[in-house]
Design a binder for this molecule. Sequence first.
Ligand code: UD1
Length: 371
Amino acid sequence: MSDEHGPARAIVSVVGARPNLMKLAPLARALAQRPDVKHTVIHTGQHYDPEMSDAFFRDLGLPCPDANLEVGSGSHAQQTAVIMQRFEPLATALHPDVVLVYGDVNSTVAAALVAAKLGIRVGHVEAGLRSRDWSMPEEINRVVTDRLAELLFVPSRDAVDNLLAEGIPEERIHFVGNIMIDSLIRALPSARQLNAPQRQGVQDRGYVVATLHRPSNVDDAATLRELLEALVTLSVERPVLFPVHPRTRDRISHLAPPSLGDLRLLEPLPYTEMLSLVVSAGLVITDSGGLQEETSFLGVPCLTVRFNTERPVTITTGTNRLVPPRREAILRAARVAQDIGRSPAPAIERWDGRAAERIAAVLCDAERFAP
Ligand code: UD1
């Protein structure tokens, strides 16, 4: 989209779920500094509870989205289809130079499909991650999105290798680093000032932070019960703070009420408050992708309750360990993590707070967009 005054670059970002927002924020700031770029943000409405969305826009200093497709929840097919139906007329009207999509959620693949079929370039932020676990909806979303994307913005070297092995041409791949870490570095001083542990009445490094929301962990009642039992047992020794995702809260409400000990169920927390808890935690137990990366960057021990991860650098270089969703395995791993304690934060290549700057440079490279 150019006019007689020069090559104004029109970029549309599509976001929908909570973890997209920490990836959008640094890039929105970097693009706002480029006078030749018009950046439009469209929220699909996949996440709609104020604490899953609005609170993150506020906390991350993001302006309100330019449009909200208000798709809400549904089965995978329903959600993906409604996003596509509602995004297509907007994408047609705006016809930007690039549609940027983020991460691996249903909003990501839906917007990428629409853009690619309209002949609009797709840029994928956080490309190339692979768990090789086809039972994860996110793995399907990642592979399809990367196949459709012309600009693949990659957070780690293993992701470059994954894409090359799949035959993606090298010139499409941009090893820009981890944009989540841009957000983290920026928020860290305010997170420390916020003193969330003190307000929760827990001692620095004397508590555990837990999050669980993957369908494989929370949708099966027996697995969820076993995981809750593990957290309750751990909480006998030190408080376990558990901000509960809406999906998980719903599943817990269908279990016979377990005795919670000092397992503290909290509402989903805003970004900076969560970071404030994580940075001073003794241990994090999670199935989130983002927390594996954040704990690795911070040097906080992390147990990921999964059989695999699409973020292997958090294991080879970072502080992450995989643990199966079994009570005894979690308790054993937590004891080992406690004995090892905190390690100095490892340096991971290009997790340096400059990923957004690198992505903006690629997006504004005039030659790349020559007709
Ligand atoms: C989605 C992503 C997942 C990501 C997670 C982060 C997909 C396939 N999954 O999972 O990769 O890690 O977001 O949170 O895109 N709900 C609410 N309020 C909300 C949003 C959801 O109550 O604001 C409830 C609804 O009951 C909904 C359920 O949570 O059915 C699941 O939401 P959905 O967006 O389908 O998937 P997530 O589990 O959030």
